[in-house]
Design a protein around this ligand. Structure first.
Ligand code: ACM
Ligand code: ZN
Length: 369
């Protein structure tokens, strides 16, 4: 997964990453295209999403999270560029899984269309990192019409059977205070704001199903009840895979403990580029076991696979993406494609230089061992 909302990289850089993925036999590119800090995909029906939502007034300095650089930042992919990237990926046997975040992480959209938030705004495309209380109003029919219009264009652009709708880190303060949201909770006979989120996601899932697509959401979409046929992407504790897998839902595993490539690669943080935090050395990626502990054999058939996540609050360009992704993605690819019995970290390390020479030839800026 590549986060382009925090930093937009551009078509050439994405195509390069797709080449690298193909080399590693990675077959799904999860593309995080919208968030609080930017909307990165042209939507014909709503040009304001990119006119307003693709630009932020400033960004925190990497070394000082609480200080703003005061420099405007922006960027987005046109429909033509997206078509070109989708084709490029397909010719390398990579499917692109687009992500349009809802109901939280939506400030870039709300800045463009303030009437879609509970308070009516005004809102700004976020200039800092974090989780923001302003989210789409779940009690407003116009929000569902808007999101269905957006998803219709996403479906037109991306052949992927799966469409990711985010669903993580959605604070409920605004919903609890909003007359429209409270009315929706009453009318639909829901218990609370968690169930309102579940109603929201189920409604979107049913729209996608009507268009022959399947919804993927982060593991918070479990809270308040899962939509039928929804696939869950587990990013927190692997234990969150148990309920959906046992209920027969498909699951993709990317727990922070093994798959967050935005974490530091060394404990010697002084000598590493500034990162968001955490510590994920190569060996711990290699130790990843995509089937969560204690899951029965039948339910385990619902674990579709795993992925590495490159969130980019502190990752501004392709060279930095490559530094954070390699060689960790190499370890992940081997783990995901190999039977458990054959795993041998020392043997992997002995073979790794052969792969790194290929990366050298491609000019990839991986982190040296
Ligand atoms: C996530 O890292 N919030 C999915
Ligand atoms: Zn509301």
């Amino acid at each position: 997964m590549l986060d382009e909302a925090r930093y937009f990289k551009g078509m050439q850089q994405v195509k390069m990453l797709l080449d690298e993925m193909a080399l590693l036999k990675m077959n799904v590119f999860h593309w995080h295209l919208t968030d609080d800090q930017g909307w990165r995909i042209e939507i014909r029906k709503y040009p304001r999403l990119t006119e307003v939502g693709s630009k932020r007034a400033a960004t925190p300095y990497p070394a000082r999270r609480d200080q703003s650089d005061g420099v405007p930042f922006g960027g987005y992919y046109t429909r033509a560029q997206i078509q070109s990237i989708v084709e490029y990926a397909a010719s390398r046997h990579v499917t692109i899984l687009p992500e349009i975040e809802m109901p939280g992480h939506a400030l870039a959209a709300l800045a463009s269309f303030p009437e879609l938030g509970c308070s009516g705004g005004p809102y700004q495309v976020a200039k800092s990192w974090g989780i923001f209380e302003d989210v789409y109003c779940a009690g407003n029919q116009a929000v569902y019409r808007f999101l269905e219009d957006v998803l219709s264009e996403v479906i037109e652009l991306f052949p992927s059977e799966y469409i990711h709708i985010g669903g993580d880190e959605c604070p409920k303060e605004r919903w609890n205070a909003c007359p429209k949201c409270r009315a929706m909770i009453r009318e639909q006979g829901l218990k609370d704001a968690d169930e309102l989120q579940s109603y929201f996601i189920k409604r979107i899932a049913s729209f996608l199903a009507g268009n022959d697509r399947r919804l993927v959401g982060w593991d918070e979409t479990l809270e308040g009840g899962l939509a039928p046929d929804a696939t869950v992407m587990v990013w927190r504790d692997p234990v969150h895979a148990h309920i959906p897998a046992k209920q027969g839902h498909d699951v993709v595993m990317c727990p922070t403990a093994h798959c967050y490539f935005d974490y530091y690669q060394s404990l010697d943080q002084e000598h590493e580029p500034r990162a968001i935090g955490g510590y994920l050395p190569l060996e711990q990626v290699y130790a990843f076991e995509p089937i969560p502990e204690g899951l029965d054999e039948e339910s385990s058939t619902h674990i579709l696979g795993g992925q590495g996540n490159v969130w980019t609050e502190y990752i501004q360009n392709a060279a930095q993406v490559e530094y954070m992704a390699y060689p960790r993605a190499t370890a992940l690819a081997e783990v995901l494609w190999s039977p458990l019995e054959g795993k041998d970290y020392q043997d992997f390390i002995d073979r790794l230089p052969f792969f790194l020479r290929q990366l050298d030839e491609l000019g990839v800026s991986y982190r040296s061992l």
